[in-house]
Design a protein around this ligand. Structure first.
Ligand SMILES: [Zn+2]
Length: 298
């Protein structure tokens, strides 16, 4: 998701103390479960004073009460949000993007290569996919200069507010975007109208049910972490999905899930054999920290 410059603070709020976050994000709003319309039950408060909650019916976890998006746009999605090196995919991202394109190719014949990358950020995926022969257009709340230098058209705004003039795409992709939006069901309903018949939805999010987040949640509950619940990254993540809850959100938006998997990107600096070992264990056990879901329109 792209940011704005405007009234952005002089440094990123990530990791900053609670008082600074409260000053930069003074207004909070209650959120109901977008699937059940239920008010959530409180679950925990993170080290920055942000409230984690869970729907008592469907178990979807989200941030409530949460900062209003207009204040997040200036205080969080500011000038610091995208690093200059994000415009080009590094080796770890290239491997992941290649895998996603390979999966998409399994569901589409070779003449169907038109992708809409929602929340295209600095355009790294757009550039990579264009290099692989795909035609990629993008959207973002505020379009970055880096995204403008890709080959595809960029649409400015939140997805539900954009008039695509009836355009449709073979793939609509949300990669680490859905967890930042006001309402994930609404976003995917909009995506449903944008996926051409026989096309594919791809959603990538952090996997709350992965082994690493699960261990960190246990440590936070036991008070073993100084920055409790930091792994939720509630400063910019408003929704926290497991495979079960992400499938429910996709189905509520009129999609049929055809595959989900938990890719492991590995950490930069870690040896290749160790990354390979983690990948083999976590991907086969579907316990990786990322979650990629592929779906078709019902
Ligand atoms: Zn619910």
């Amino acid at each position: 998701m792209s940011g704005t410059s405007g009234a952005a603070p002089s440094q990123s709020l990530f990791g900053r103390p609670l008082a600074e976050v409260a000053a930069a994000l003074p207004d909070r709003e209650p959120v109901a479960c977008p699937l059940c319309r239920q008010p959530p039950v409180a679950m925990a408060t993170d080290f920055q004073g942000l409230h984690l909650a869970r729907c008592p019916r469907c178990r979807l976890q989200f941030h409530s009460p949460r900062p209003v998006l207009e204040q997040l746009a200036t205080a969080v999605y500011g000038a610091h949000y995208h690093r200059p090196d994000e415009a080009t995919a590094d080796a770890r991202h290239q491997r992941h993007y290649e895998h996603q394109l390979l999966r998409l190719s399994e569901y589409l014949d070779s003449s169907r290569r038109r992708v809409l990358d929602v929340g295209c950020g600095a355009g790294a995926f757009m550039r990579f996919a264009e290099g692989a022969g795909w035609h990629v257009e993008g959207t973002d709340m505020v379009v970055t200069d880096a995204a403008r230098t890709t080959g595809g058209r960029i649409w400015a705004g939140e997805l539900p507010t954009i008039d695509f003039g009836g355009a449709q795409f073979d793939v609509v992709r949300f990669n680490h975007v859905l967890e930042h939006t006001r309402d994930p069901v609404l976003e995917l309903r909009c995506a449903n109208a944008l996926v051409a018949p026989g096309g594919v939805l791809l959603v990538g999010v952090p996997n709350l049910a992965g082994l690493s987040p699960w261990l960190k949640s246990c440590q936070s509950r036991l008070g073993l972490k100084t920055k409790r619940w930091r792994h939720y990254a509630a400063l910019h993540h408003l929704w926290f999905f497991t495979p079960a809850t992400l499938c429910r959100v996709a189905e509520a938006a009129g999609f049929e899930v055809v595959r989900w998997e938990t890719p492991v990107m590995g950490r930069s600096g870690r040896s290749e054999w160790l990354t390979g070992l983690f990948r083999a264990v976590l991907e086969s056990g579907r316990a990786g920290s990322l979650l990629d879901l592929y779906a078709r329109r019902c």
